[in-house]
Ligand binder design. Structure first.
Ligand code: ADP
Ligand code: MG
Ligand code: MG
Ligand code: MG
Length: 414
């Protein structure tokens, strides 16, 4: 293997490093002395710089050879940037306009240069601040439906899809993070877990529940083996950037082929965690109204998801699966088949949702929704509601038939 010329970028070196790249200089000129460079620094894994020039601003994302959150004791291969770029390209095709535009990719430097989303901010911050966002459910419902459908053999040519599964199967370490942190660590005394001792009792109960752990491992088997579509893989509210009415999806470095319900399930969990954490962030006056907006958002995401998926089923079913020829002259037979597929997606999504609700409060990477509530006497009971509902979702995934059952359950645990 030839020696790598990879070098970490820094605020100081970025101008000299980027000034030979046409995709950069075409947009922001060659005079690096006029650039203002900031490191964003809120991600768990990578370096992200904002490079602001008089005429335009760029985002420069570079993978590090280790997990940023943990340090160089946890190495992580640079080639993940290759897969992130490949995933972004596919999302741009499958869900046009919903992800940042890519300007440049450098494999050796594990570097992606892309559109600076502005004045967008991370959605999670808005949810903590109690800000409503227009068009959120429509964008997210459509994003999930379009990427799920168009990355599957409902749409893709079989040979293309299989080749793509093969390509992405080279990305080993990133799925391993999800396999451990999401599906496994919360359910035993894993080294990197952390949570407040007030939760010890409920965690003990969770870990004593053999049926629950078995159900989670069954979902892990699906996650690792069902290559239904290319999932984003990390679709939480920190991977969505929003203004008050425009929403985009970022950071697909956890993309892999997996179950079609994975992304929408993880996303739903993050809205539910925003919901349960609200009493730690605002007074009774605004609380009810904002919490009910969050539940409405969840409901509408699924409504848009179903509508878009059915639309694509009718208009773009060009793949190997459920061929039109199979249902000829049988009226609405294929509509019923579509509903059956959606039911399967919903069941997976519900189970994934419950699992994500657990890992974000018990495993390594917590979310700010709960974590910014400093008083654990306030936080722990809210996290406990979230854990309890997560367990119920995991154990009853096949009996929860519609989104209203989910939102009603959230109100009961609240
Ligand atoms: P990581 O993979 O390390 O989590 P992200 O891709 O999530 O990195 O980026 C980290 C942060 O950088 C984001 O939370 C956001 O604040 C900022 N960021 C990333 N991409 C963009 C973009 N295209 N436009 C504006 N800000 C961005
Ligand atoms: Mg991120
Ligand atoms: Mg990331
Ligand atoms: Mg069923």
């Amino acid at each position: 293997e030839k020696a790598s010329n990879y070098q970490e970028l820094s605020v100081e070196t970025i101008a000299s490093r980027l000034k030979t790249i046409d995709a950069v200089t075409d947009r922001i000129g060659i005079d690096g002395s006029k650039w203002q460079v900031k490191e964003v620094g809120d991600g768990n894994l990578n370096l992200v710089f904002i490079v602001e020039a008089p005429d335009a601003t760029l985002i420069v994302k570079q993978a590090l050879p280790y997990v940023r959150l943990v340090g160089d004791s946890w190495p992580l291969p640079l080639y993940r940037a290759y897969y992130e770029h490949e995933a972004l390209v596919r999302q741009q095709q499958r869900a046009p306009g919903m992800v940042p535009e890519i300007f440049h990719f450098d494999n050796e430097q594990a570097l992606i240069i892309m559109e600076f989303l502005q004045p967008h901010v991370i959605l999670r911050g808005k949810l903590i601040a109690g800000e409503k966002v227009a068009n959120l459910s429509e964008t997210m419902g459509k994003f999930c439906a379009r990427t799920a459908f168009r990355g599957s053999e409902l749409s893709m040519k079989s040979a293309d899809k299989k080749a793509d599964v093969g390509l992405f199967s080279g990305n080993v370490e990133i799925p391993a993070i999800t396999e451990a942190l999401v599906f496994t660590d919360p359910y035993y005394d894993a080294e990197m877990n952390h949570f407040t001792p007030e939760l010890d009792g409920i965690v003990k109960k969770l870990r004593g529940d053999v049926a629950l752990k078995a159900r989670v491992q069954k979902m892990l088997m699906k996650f690792a083996s069902n290559t239904e579509t290319m999932v984003h893989g990390d679709l939480h509210s920190g991977s969505i950037m929003s203004t008050d009415s425009d929403n985009r999806v970022i950071d697909p470095e956890f993309a892999q082929y997996g179950p079609m319900g994975f992304d929408i399930g993880m996303l739903t969990a993050n809205f539910l965690m925003a919901y349960f954490s609200q009493p730690g962030h605002r007074s009774q006056d605004d609380l009810k109204d904002y919490q009910s907006w969050i539940l409405t958002t969840i409901t509408e995401i699924f409504e848009h998801f179903y509508a878009e998926f059915r639309h694509l089923w009718q208009t773009e079913r060009t793949g190997m699966l459920y061929p039109a020829s199979l249902f000829e002259d049988q009226g609405h037979a294929s509509d019923a088949a579509c509903d059956d597929v959606l039911e399967h997606i919903f069941e997976d999504a519900i189970a994934i949702c419950g699992i994500e609700m657990h890992r974000r409060v018990l495993s390594l990477a917590h979310n700010a929704d709960f974590e910014t509530i400093e008083d654990t006497a306030v936080r722990a009971p809210l996290e406990a509601r979230n854990i309890m509902m997560g367990a119920k979702l995991i154990l009853n995934a096949e009996n929860i038939k519609d989104i209203e059952s989910l939102t009603t359950m959230a109100e009961q645990f609240n």
